[in-house]
Design a protein around this ligand. Structure first.
Ligand code: CP
Length: 328
């Protein structure tokens, strides 16, 4: 694997999940694979889980790791071609990415959307230029439109905690997974829900699960991310008999960058949990307690959020292992 930016970069998602679970069972089995190889992690935005889990994954594989907090410690980057750089930008992404590629065997990049110009964000201009000019394999640490390491960790979590008995699985019964929109006070990117939707749609197409998305009207995701997903504007109906509810806020794709009004009753709590099949509740974190998701769920037995965050390590390690195997 030379690029990990979306589910389309993965030939076999079941094999990648199996690889991650094998690494979870035996974290140091490939402790020499990354010897004398360097991973560079470039952050244009804040991070807790992605930063620490990806570093730890690389260390488990014997890699050296360097972290660059470009937003705070780097030169202000220019991304446009053909501009005279007589403003605030100091270095062009053409040179900056190429130089990082000189020092690193694999690079990771986090670059959030600006949420101002939908076409610019959905063209992934910054991420694609970085990939083009750095000249080495690249792992997305969350781009303007996707967060694939998170979605892989989510699929790992669902696979290993699947509540459907083996006999029922043989009869075609699969877990019901619902992506449920949640309230927030700020317009947030669509990267996590887009990515979760495209990974779950692929998993549904491969017979691994049944996938539904619930959101208020006006919050529909861009439809290329949701092939085959059942779409609902009624949370209570959507979560009926759900085995997993994945809670996440996102801002409107249609009314891009705006904070829209939304109806009452979209926060998951124990009352709503009663409608489900005793569902496990997931969230990528960070989460705003009692705004997006109730404390009673987060602190209760149905929450998978810490388990899910723990699986970010195995998600990153499986992807880095696949990249290192192609570098050899
Ligand atoms: N879920 C996630 O990506 O967390 P961070 O933003 O803290 O890395």
């Amino acid at each position: 694997m030379k690029l990990f930016s979306s589910v389309s970069d993965v030939q076999d998602i079941k094999q990648l999940v199996s690889s991650a679970l094998a690494l979870k069972a035996s974290p140091y089995a490939y402790g020499d694979l990354g010897k004398n190889k360097t991973l560079g992690l470039v952050f244009m935005n804040p991070s807790l889980r992605t930063r620490l889990s990806t570093q730890k994954a690389a260390l488990n594989l014997g890699m050296n790791v360097m972290v660059m907090n470009m937003d705070k410690e780097g030169w202000a980057l220019e991304t446009q071609d053909g501009v005279i750089m007589n403003g605030t930008t100091v270095e062009h992404i053409r040179e900056a990415a190429a130089v990082m590629g000189e020092y690193c065997d694999i690079l990771g990049l986090r670059s959030f959307p600006k949420l101002q110009d939908r076409d610019e964000d959905y063209n992934e201009e910054f991420f694609n230029k970085f990939v083009k000019f750095c000249g080495v394999p690249v792992v997305s640490l969350e781009s303007a439109t996707r967060h694939p390491l998170q979605s892989l960790a989510d699929l790992i979590t669902i696979t290993e905690t699947n509540p459907v008995p083996i006999a029922d699985r043989a009869n075609g019964k699969v877990p019901k997974v619902v992506l449920a929109w949640a309230p927030h006070i700020k317009p947030l990117p669509q990267a996590v829900p887009n990515s979760f939707a495209e990974w779950m749609s692929r998993a549904q197409a491969e017979g691994m699960l049944d996938f539904t998305i619930a959101q208020p009207e006006g919050f529909e995701l861009e439809e290329s991310f949701t092939p085959g997903a059942k779409i609902s504007h009624n949370l209570d109906e959507a979560i009926a008999n759900a085995d997993y509810v994945y809670v996440k806020n996102w801002s409107s794709y249609k009314e891009y960058g705006k904070l829209l009004d939304f109806p009452e009753g979209w926060m998951m709590n124990n009352e709503k949990l009663k409608l489900t099949n005793n569902a496990k509740v997931m969230h990528c974190l960070p989460v705003r307690r009692d705004l997006e998701l109730s404390s009673e769920i987060l602190d209760g037995p149905n929450s998978l959020v810490i388990h899910e965050a723990g699986n970010r390590l195995w998600s990153a390690q499986a992807v880095l292992k696949a990249m290192l195997e192609e570098l050899k």
